[in-house]
Ligand binder design. Structure first.
Ligand SMILES: Cc1cc2nc3c(=O)[nH]c(=O)nc-3n(C[C@H](O)[C@H](O)[C@H](O)COP(=O)(O)OP(=O)(O)OC[C@H]3O[C@@H](n4cnc5c(N)ncnc54)[C@H](O)[C@@H]3O)c2cc1C
Length: 399
């Protein structure tokens, strides 16, 4: 019996068929990231819209086809199997997280100007928080400043790892607006059109040898005297930490949902190859080390699925699920890297070539242990909250 309601599973089958027909056969083309690849992505986005598979991360009132977190988790096990599929179905990071906070906190005018074209796939966006000069793990250290001048904000700062900034239409910028407030009330989120004078997308920062193009870049961006109306404030002044939590909580689960697809795909490749490849008198599948990798991977993947469903269900029920999300984030990032690495090892040298998707998956996976909070910070969040509950006399139990 499936872990998900039957209607979710039916929807998932439709995504699987689309992936089999249009996505997997074209992975090599997507990977080239040239003009032909971009044109193909556009064509497949049109088909996904026609097939009613567009933007499953947000509900119809925000322009999507979503039915909540659990529904999206179910679909993402399929979508996440191939890196570019999130772009094809219009639910790519970081736009998906930006769409969610715009949907939750945007004014009517912001929804019209920024959310509508974003969800429609007419434009892309980026989330501009991390700075090279200070530790991104501790956003109280951020330096980018926004100062009020009449009805405008004037923004000065230096960011990097602004994913997808190349070719994007607007940024959600985390800027310090009141340096004298208590640390978690100092920042404000501001919507900044990229064509505002003073915004410079300097360069895509190469990551593990990959420069990327458009959506797949991680850019260095400077803001020099950038002037935007105060009406571009997302949420209230001083709410940046609050919004970052609202954005990153669901965003982290979105990532893990996709990683489940990646883990499962690597696992299937590992099992198939272990059965086929022979050495020392029999298939690799007969070697106990390989069997241990397969058994450990199976247990860990299923643990990640159950943790994901637990966190997604709690978020659908209105909880922030801070411990559940952090626990899932650091655990699943590790499992993702381990399962892909075991699959590569079973494939020997072939695992490092582009004859399987494993090398690309491995390159993309490593950042998982760092972006949206390094493993160590999520462990800290989990441990602190659990320890505090014991100090308060309640103790910690998972509901
Ligand atoms: C592929 C990728 C995409 C990204 N996309 C975006 C994006 O779109 N927008 C954006 O704003 N940012 C983005 N980031 C940046 C990411 O969010 C930051 O890298 C992350 O928050 C960590 O910040 P840092 O790199 O400055 O590391 P630092 O904060 O300097 O931390 C360095 C290391 O110190 C250790 N450490 C930190 N705190 C603790 C602690 N409390 N206990 C123990 N050890 C600790 C950890 O091992 C950590 O890896 C992206 C990063 C990557 C890799």
């Amino acid at each position: 019996m499936s872990l998900f309601p039957p209607e979710y599973v039916d929807a998932r089958v439709r995504y699987r068929s689309f992936m089999e027909e249009h996505v997997y056969p074209n992975e090599a083309v997507f990977g080239r990231e040239d003009a032909a690849a971009l044109a193909l992505v556009e064509e497949l986005r049109r088909r996904a819209r026609e097939a009613g598979l567009w933007a499953p991360h947000v509900p119809p009132e925000a322009g999507g086809t979503g039915l909540g977190f659990l529904y999206y988790a179910c679909l993402n096990e399929e979508i996440g199997r191939s890196t570019y599929a999130q772009l094809v179905f219009g639910c790519q990071a970081p736009d998906a997280g930006n769409a969610e906070i715009l949907h939750l906190f945007g004014t009517d005018d912001q929804k019209q100007r920024f959310l509508r074209p974003l969800v429609a796939g007419e434009v892309r966006s980026f989330f501009s928080m991390t700075e090279p000069e200070v530790a991104g793990s501790d956003p109280t250290l951020l330096r980018t400043r926004a100062v009020r001048d009449g009805d405008d904000w004037v923004i000065d700062g230096h960011k990097w790892f602004s994913s997808g900034a190349d070719g994007a239409a607007f940024a959600v910028v985390f800027a310090i607006t009141d340096p004298d407030a208590e640390p978690h009330r100092r920042g404000t989120m501001i919507l900044v059109p990229v064509d505002a004078p003073g915004v410079e997308v300097n360069r895509p920062v190469p990551v593990m040898g990959h420069v990327g193009r458009g959506w797949s870049t991680h850019c260095e961006v400077t803001y020099s005297g950038v002037r935007v109306p105060v009406a571009n404030t997302l949420g209230g002044e001083g709410d940046a930490f609050l919004l970052a939590q609202k954005r990153l909580g669901p965003g982290r689960i979105h990532h893990v949902m996709r990683w489940l697809g990646q883990m499962q795909r690597a696992f299937e490749l590992m099992c198939r190859y272990a059965n086929e490849r022979e050495a020392f008198g029999g298939p690799l599948a007969d070697k106990q080390t390989v069997q241990n990798w397969i058994a450990d991977s199976a247990a860990e993947i299923q643990a990640c699925r159950l943790l994901t469903m637990d966190a997604a269900g709690k978020i659908d029920a209105g909880s922030e699920a801070r411990v559940e999300v952090s626990l899932l984030k650091f655990y699943a990032a590790r499992v993702l890297c381990d399962v892909i690495d075991r699959a590569i090892q079973v494939h020997g040298a072939r695992g490092l070539t582009d004859e399987t998707p494993l090398a690309m998956m491995s390159m993309m996976a490593r950042g998982a242990r760092i972006y949206d909070g390094p493993d160590e910070v999520h462990r800290m969040v989990v441990a602190r909250r659990i320890l505090r509950s014991f100090r308060d006399g309640e103790g910690w139990t998972f509901s």
